[in-house]
Each structure stands twice: as structure tokens, then as C-alpha cells.
Design a binder for this molecule. Structure first.
Ligand code: ZN
Length: 882
């Protein structure tokens, strides 16, 4: 606002947000190196890098809102605040997405059609466009990220970090190559980590049969086609039914396939499940593979990577698994071997990217051994407590240690147990993927030679074709973004990160893998705190999805209601770890609130004398209302600060909203108008108004950066609000003042309620006499008395001091009536009644009418005449009384 310009009546976010964001960008203040003043404390955080697969959704918006609040709060508190942006190449997700797009364009089997190089070019082009969209959208949310430090999980510097860690782990014996039964997605044509496998409840058929008519034991399975690869039958060691067979190897002819079945005993077998005997298929089940290693069983792979039967499946070779199953069931039926088919609930394993059914099969893969001991690399920079250099530990132990000893704190706490439970069940991590988009495994082979880390000199070296699981590179994110393995100033200053903020749904995928990678490679924790937010759902608590049509697009919301309102709606009324319900109405509601703040500021700034040069003078306040609002403000500053320190964003926002709307706008602003009628109170009232507004803008800034920065311009400060100091205001609270003012509020509220109950129109003034005792002092104050009169619309206020000292208060209300208007109203009503009477008299005097009309009608008319006469009498009496 300038002196010549009108202060706009409403806040139009569209007119301001982009301009303000650009001003911040130009100021360079998102970069901690450029922050003013001496800053000794650090605050650092990485943005969980959004995948370059699409556009920003509400889940990202929640993350950006919460993290920006954290960062702005830290910056205003004088810390070197760094929030690092970046994007994730999301290997398998991006490749799958591009494949689908290419198929839509009519390119069948894109990988084979285009070849590695051209295919990768297409993926990179898509990733780059997607990156630009996401960055643009992130800026729209007002995120104060240091774009000069932006990273990408697949760029050169990150590749250096990936190869370095891979080599370290290989040399420590943690990374190994092995033939293991892995999760195979026949559609993605890649392995998946255990936690990339999702489960779907379905109904399956459970078949009970014998391999052949001579085989002594019946077995049950939902997948008869895999039985072509069986090499054992396992039974519980205590199961008496089958004791005599243990240790034998029995030949069987299973639908024409020659099997050699060893009868083994294993504690894992449930004797009450099915027939109590388990056909063991080492190649196509991870549990069976474990039994196979223990019992030295043969692996026979009957299903291939294309999901079809292999030559090892004999006459079934080339059939799809499903066709083979149907054929086997037919043969078993013909041979009279099928004992029963039951419908059973089945927990089907599916690919988390494309939902194809997972096929477990053995494959030569790279793994990280989580239970293998190695010699710990301690950090001298920010060492982990409790483990020393060279001490023998496993990755699992490290991951447990740092959380158990509180060197990493998780909010909300209930996720600590979830974390430990996950680690207990963690198996070796399969890190190689058969896709092209990603960090290629840094391993080169030449005959029996193998080189790990970087490309060797000489000819005939062949590089491993697989790429690494995307979580391998994002697991290094807290330190690879700071320039590691180079010893940079950034790394020295900002590692470990202060906090990791992300959705609880990626606690395992990502958070735990960062803990694994960082404690191993750096000997430090990646971050000191973890804050997990909930997922965004619709009003009915359903997941948002395209098919349900309930998706709320954050960009559209920003366009309609502004970024500030969108941010507030995602933060206030939510709690960590719990899912939140969102609706457009909620966002619209917060748009009204941003407008409310605008209007409050507009009123203050356009009614006070001089804004510039205001430096919070006269903070003591002169009146009861001044002292009360300053006391309340001091309480709010303290509580909001403490809530934000404890990551209680919603509580901080609710407190601020109630203070702004109720205490400041509804009460203090109104009373300030009364105060300013007394010339000697104008300057001090203005000072309080400005001071409260100034403090409020600072407190609101992390939540609503745009509208507060825009309003801040009116204060003529040299600094932008983004780097203003966080309020540290202390007003000695006077309890007496507080009680007195609350009492004044109470009286005004009671009178207002009385008016509402008695339907007294706002313009009508009333007379009030207050009988007072103990709290009499309140009413000696002319401002307070005037406040009652103005805020409760009282014409005459009489104070009756006759009550005893310890008497509280009581009030008597008289409606003050405008006699002229009342007479007019009564006269009008009387004349109407009299006219009616004349009419009735005339009818009753007409004999022709009375003789013909039914007696009942005549009787009723006489009654009406009597009533009307009485009413006329009463009205005449009221008129005399005036
Ligand atoms: Zn898949």
C-alpha cells in the first residue's frame, strides 16, 4: 500500500503469490549462505524427492506445507536453515510409466523395438519434462527450498556416491551375488524387493491330490503346476501319520513328469493345514527354498521369466502357468487322484507397480546381507554413540541400535514398534533390477575376473547389465546431496540432518534404508528426528483415486483459493501419523480466514496514524484492554513457539487462529475504537494495535507466507518478513487484569445473549443497571463502561454500588422504547380492530343474514365480536399509559 493507493478490500492471492515468490528467489535467502546476521545453529532437511513420474498431488502438498513451516520457523529463529530440493528417477516406476505411454503410441514391446539407448532417451525426455512440471508446482506451494543446491537421484554426483558405497559394501562382504529365489514380475521383467510386493485378497482353489496312485502321502496346493518342480514333501517331525516315511526318497510319475521326492521333516510345517504334508518346490517359493538349503534339495525351475512353463516342465513346456494348471487338474481328475477342490481365501502376491501376479523364481542376483558381521566405520565428525571404530556389527544391529538409543527419535512414537518389527523380519535385500533406467550395477566381468566400483583398464570387460534398486540411491540422499564422498563444507555443516519429514507409508521403503546406508557408510545417523505425516483421504475417509473421481488437485486449489489457504487446510486439524480428511470446502474455509487476516490488517493499517518508524513503543499499554491483549499475545507467542518446537503444527495453527479471530478481531479491535474516542489514548492504542499485528504476521508467516509477506510491506521494514526475527516477547502477565477483562467480556456476552433470546433488533438500544460488588473496580474505568455500552448496545448504564463487597454482579435490563413510534404502532392496530368491530356489528344487525345463516356461524361471530372488543379496550389502555 502506498499513500495514493487504496488498500484493496479483499486479498486476491493470484495478484501477489508469483511476484512474492520471485522476490524471495531474487533475494537468495532460501540459501543459508546468504542469510543475514550471525548464525551459529544449523537446521537441515532434505525434501523427500518426488518421483519424476507425474505431477504434484495432495500428498506432496502436505509434505511441502509441513516442511516449509519447519524451515521458515528455523530461519526466523536465526538458524542457518537449509532445505534441499531434488527429484527421484524412481527407476521401475518411471520405466513402467513410459512403457505404457509408448504402447499407447502403438509401439509394441518398446524395449525390444527401440533398443537400450533409444528407449533410455525416451525415458530421460519424459523424466526431464516431468521434473520441470514438479519444480514449477513445488514453487507454487511457496516452498522455500534452496534451488541452488538442487539434486537428482540419477545425476553424476549421486552416481559417484552410489558407486563408492557399492564398492565399500562389496569389500566389506556385505554385497554379494547369489542364486536366490526372488520376487519376479513377469510384466516388468524385473525382480522386486520383498516390500515392493503387495498383497491382494482373492479366492483361490485349493487342490488336494496324490502325485500318483502309488505315492503314500496326499498333498494340497493352490498352484498344482508348480508341483512339476517338487523335490521333497515336508512333514512336521511330531506328525505320527507319516513318521515311517521320513528320510525315504520316493519316485513318482506326476502327470507324466518323473519326480524324485525326498520325505523331510521340518518344524515350519503346520500338521493341521491341509493334509499336514507340504510338497516342497525349492525354485518357486522362498519358504521352500529355505527348506531346500537346509536339506540340500535340488532346485528344478519349471516356470520361466516370461511366466510360461520351461523345458524342465517336460510335456507342459511352453504353456502359460495357468493353462498348465488346468491341464494338470484335468489329468489328476481322469486318473482319479484328485481328492477334493476347496474354495479358499488367498493372499495373492502382486507387483506394487503394475499389479501383475508375482512369480517367485531363482535368479543370480546382487544382495545386501543384513545379518553379515563387518567392521564398523566410525565417524569422527558426528559419531554414533555406543559403537566404536572396528567393532563387529551387522547392518540390522546398527539400524536397531540408533533408534533404541534415541539417537534417532520418531514422531509419532507408535511407529517405533512398527520399525523394530520390520527389522526383525528383514531378509537380505535384493538390490539388482533387470530394468534399464537407473544406476547400472558398477561391476565389470572378464572371464573369471571381477572388478567393482569403477571401469577397469583394458579390453573385453563386460559390465553387469542390471541396474540398482531405486532405494539404493535414495538411501544415500541425506549425504549424497551434500557432496559426499568429497569432504565438502556443506557436509561438515549440515550432516546429520536435523529432521526427516515424510509420509508414514515410506517408513520402510525409504526412512529405514537411509538409516541402513548412512550408519554403514558414514558412521553417523542420517537425521536426528523423523516426523511422519498421514495420508490424505476424501471427506468419507476413502483414498483419493482417479477411478473414484474424488481427487483434489492442489494446483487447482491454489489457483482458486491461494497457496496460503491450501497450506493451512492441510496442516490445521491434522496430527502426525494419522490420515486426514480433505474437502474443497475446508480449503475454501481457510481462504475466508486469509481474507479475515487481510481485513484485520487493513483496518489497523488504515486507521492508525503513522506506521513507519513504529518500533513497538508503548508496549506496556494504558488500559485494561491493552494490558489484557498484550498479556494474551505474550502467552500465544510462548505457546506457538513451544508447539512448533515439538512439531505440533495443528495446535500452533489453531491457537493462532483463535487468538486472531476472537481475542484480537472480535474484542480488542472493537474496544480500540472506544478507546480512540479519548484523545489521550489514541497514540497508545495505535501502538498496541500495530504491535499485535506485527507480531501476528511473524507468527503466521511459516503457515501463510504469502499474505503475511504482502502485508509486511506496509511496515516499511528494511528486511523482508522471511528473515525477520521470530517474536520473543514477554509481557509480565497480571492475573488481576486478566480476570477483570474476562469479567468484562462475560458481562457483554451475557447481555448479547439476552438480546438474542428476546429478539431485540441490533439497532434497538436497551437500558441496563448493574448491581456490583467485588469487581467494582472494572466499572470505575471509563473505557470499560463505554465498551459495555458500545459492544452491547446500551443507552443508559446505571451502576448500583449498594451490594456488599463480596457480591459478584447482577444486571437488570429495561427495553427503552421510542414512545412516538410505539404510539403510532398502537394507534394503527386499534383502528384496525375498531374497523373489524364495525363490520361485525353490521352483519349481526342484518336480520336477513342472521335468520338464514346457520346458528353455529352466528354464534361464532358473536364470540369474535366479544374478543375484538376486549382487545380494543386493552390497546386503548396501553395508549393512555404512554
Ligand atoms: Zn510389475
Amino acid at each position: 500500500m502506498t499513500e495514493n493507493n487504496e488498500f484493496p478490500k479483499a486479498y486476491e492471492p493470484q495478484n501477489h503469490e508469483d511476484k512474492i515468490y520471485n522476490t524471495w528467489l531474487e533475494s537468495g535467502l532460501f540459501n543459508p549462505d546468504n542469510l543475514p546476521g550471525e548464525r551459529t545453529e544449523n537446521f537441515s532437511m532434505v525434501l523427500p524427492p518426488p518421483n519424476v513420474t507425474g505431477t504434484l498431488h495432495l500428498g506432496h502438498a502436505v509434505m511441502l506445507a509441513i516442511e516449509d513451516i519447519m524451515t521458515r520457523f528455523a530461519r526466523m529463529r536465526g538458524k542457518r536453515a537449509l532445505w534441499v530440493p531434488g527429484t527421484d528417477h524412481a527407476a521401475i516406476a518411471t520405466q513402467t510409466k513410459v512403457e505404457k505411454l509408448l504402447i499407447k503410441e502403438g509401439i509394441e514391446d518398446p524395449r525390444r523395438t527401440l533398443g537400450r539407448e533409444e528407449f533410455l532417451n525416451r525415458v530421460k525426455k519424459f523424466a526431464s519434462e516431468s521434473h520441470d512440471t514438479i519444480v514449477h508446482q513445488t514453487k507454487k506451494m511457496g516452498a522455500s527450498l534452496d534451488w541452488s543446491r538442487e539434486c537428482y537421484t540419477l545425476d553424476e554426483d549421486r552416481n559417484k556416491a552410489v558407486n563408492t558405497v557399492f564398492k565399500m559394501m562389496y569389500e566389506d562382504g556385505l554385497i554379494y551375488r547369489g542364486h536366490r529365489v526372488i520376487n519376479w514380475c513377469p510384466r516388468c521383467k524385473s525382480t522386486l524387493a520383498d516390500d515392493e510386493v503387495q498383497h491382494k485378497e482373492t479366492t483361490g482353489k485349493f487342490y488336494t491330490f496324490k502325485y500318483d496312485k502309488n505315492f503314500p502321502i496326499s498333498i494340497s496346493t493352490t498352484r498344482p503346476e508348480t508341483k512339476l518342480g517338487d523335490t521333497a514333501v515336508a512333514i512336521h517331525p511330531a506328525d505320527e501319520r507319516y513318521q515311517k516315511y521320513i528320510g525315504q526318497t520316493i519316485a513318482a510319475d506326476f502327470c507324466g513328469q518323473k519326480l524324485n521326492i525326498k520325505i523331510i521333516s521340518d518344524e515350519e510345517v503346520d500338521p493341521a493345514f491341509g493334509t499336514g504334508a507340504l510338497g516342497v518346490t525349492p525354485s518357486h517359493s522362498q519358504i521352500d527354498a529355505e527348506m531346500a538349503y537346509k536339506n540340500d534339495l535340488t532346485f528344478v525351475t519349471v516356470i520361466g521369466e516370461d511366466g510360461n512353463m520351461t523345458p524342465e516342465a517336460g510335456s507342459f513346456s511352453g504353456l502359460s502357468a495357468l493353462t498348465a494348471r488346468q491341464k494338470i487338474v484335468e489329468i489328476l481328475e481322469e486318473q482319479g487322484l484328485l481328492e477334493k477342490i476347496e474354495d479358499v481365501p488367498q493372499n495373492l502376491s502382486i507387483c506394487y507397480r503394475c499389479e501383475s501376479t508375482i512369480e517367485p523364481l531363482p535368479k543370480l542376483q546382487w544382495f545386501i546381507g543384513v545379518n553379515r558381521p563387518f567392521k564398523f566405520h566410525a565417524s569422527t565428525h558426528a559419531p554414533i554413540e555406543g559403537i566404536i571404530e572396528g567393532q563387529e556389527v551387522t547392518l540390522k544391529q546398527l539400524m536397531q541400535h540408533v533408534v533404541r538409543t534415541n539417537q534417532i527419535k520418531i514422531v509419532p512414537e507408535q511407529f517405533v514398534n512398527t520399525y523394530f518389527h520390520w527389522i526383525d523380519n528383514l531378509r537380505d535385500w535384493n538390490i539388482s533390477r533387470q530394468i534399464w533406467f537407473g544406476h547400472q550395477v558398477p561391476v565389470w566381468y572378464r572371464e573369471n575376473e571381477i572388478v567393482v566400483g569403477s571401469e577397469p583398464q583394458g579390453d573385453d570387460w563386460k559390465r553387469d547389465e542390471d541396474t540398482l534398486d531405486t532405494w539404493f540411491s535414495s538411501g544415500l540422499w541425506t549425504f549424497s546431496t551434500l557432496g559426499w564422498p568429497d569432504k565438502t563444507k556443506d557436509f561438515e555443516m549440515f550432516h546429520p540432518n536435523t529432521i526427516m519429514e515424510t509420509g508414514y507409508d515410506i517408513l520402510f521403503f525409504w526412512v529405514s534404508r537411509m538409516i541402513l546406508m548412512t550408519t554403514y557408510a558414514i558412521g553417523e545417523v542420517p537425521f536426528k528426528n523423523v516426523y511422519l505425516h498421514g495420508l490424505v483421504r476424501d471427506e468419507q475417509g476413502r483414498k483419493m483415486s482417479k477411478s473414484l473421481g474424488n481427487v483434489i488437485d492442489p494446483l487447482l486449489m491454489i489457483e482458486k483459493y491461494g497457496a496460503d489457504a491450501t497450506r493451512l487446510s492441510l496442516v490445521v486439524g491434522t496430527s502426525p501419523g494419522n490420515d486426514m480428511k480433505m474437502s474443497e470446502e475446508k480449503i475454501a474455509g481457510y481462504r475466508n480466514f486469509t481474507n479475515k487476516l487481510w481485513n484485520i490488517a487493513r483496518y489497523v493499517l488504515t486507521t492508525v496514524g503513522e506506521v513507519k518508524g513504529f518500533e513497538g513503543k508503548e508496549r506496556e499499554g494504558k488500559t485494561l484492554a491493552d494490558k489484557w491483549i498484550l498479556g494474551r499475545l505474550s502467552e500465544v507467542v510462548e505457546k506457538v513457539t513451544s508447539h512448533l518446537e515439538k512439531y505440533e503444527f495443528s495446535q500452533a495453527g489453531e491457537l493462532l487462529r483463535d487468538f486472531t479471530w476472537s481475542d484480537f478481531a472480535d474484542w480488542y479491535l472493537e474496544i480500540s475504537k472506544v478507546q480512540k474516542k479519548q484523545p489521550e489514548l489514541v497514540a497508545s492504542t495505535d501502538a498496541v494495535l500495530l504491535f499485535v499485528l506485527e507480531t501476528l504476521l511473524k507468527l503466521w508467516h511459516p503457515f501463510m507466507p504469502f499474505v503475511t509477506e504482502e502485508l509486511w510491506k506496509n511496515f516499511g521494514s528494511e528486511k523482508m518478513l522471511i528473515v525477520e526475527n521470530w517474536p520473543k516477547f514477554e509481557q509480565k502477565e497480571n492475573t488481576q487484569d486478566k480476570i477483570r477483562f474476562e469479567r468484562l467480556k462475560e458481562i457483554i456476552e451475557k447481555i448479547r445473549n439476552w438480546r438474542a433470546e428476546n429478539k431485540v433488533e441490533p439497532k434497538e438500544k436497551i437500558n441496563l443497571s448493574l448491581i456490583v460488588g467485588e469487581y467494582f473496580e472494572i466499572f470505575k474505568d471509563t473505557v470499560s463502561l463505554e465498551a459495555i455500552k458500545v459492544l452491547a448496545r446500551v443507552e443508559n448504564l446505571v451502576i448500583d454500588e449498594s451490594a456488599e463487597k463480596n457480591f459478584d454482579y447482577q444486571f437488570k435490563i429495561d427495553r427503552q422504547i421510542d414512545s412516538g413510534k410505539e404510539r403510532e404502532r398502537l394507534e394503527k392496530e386499534l383502528s384496525e380492530v375498531q374497523k373489524y368491530l364495525v363490520d361485525l356489528d353490521g352483519k349481526l344487525a342484518n336480520e336477513e343474514f342472521t335468520s338464514k345463516a346457520p346458528a353455529k356461524v352466528v354464534e361464532s361471530m358473536k364470540q369474535k365480536k366479544e374478543e375484538a372488543a376486549k382487545k380494543a379496550e386493552a390497546l386503548s389502555q396501553q395508549l393512555k399509559n404512554i
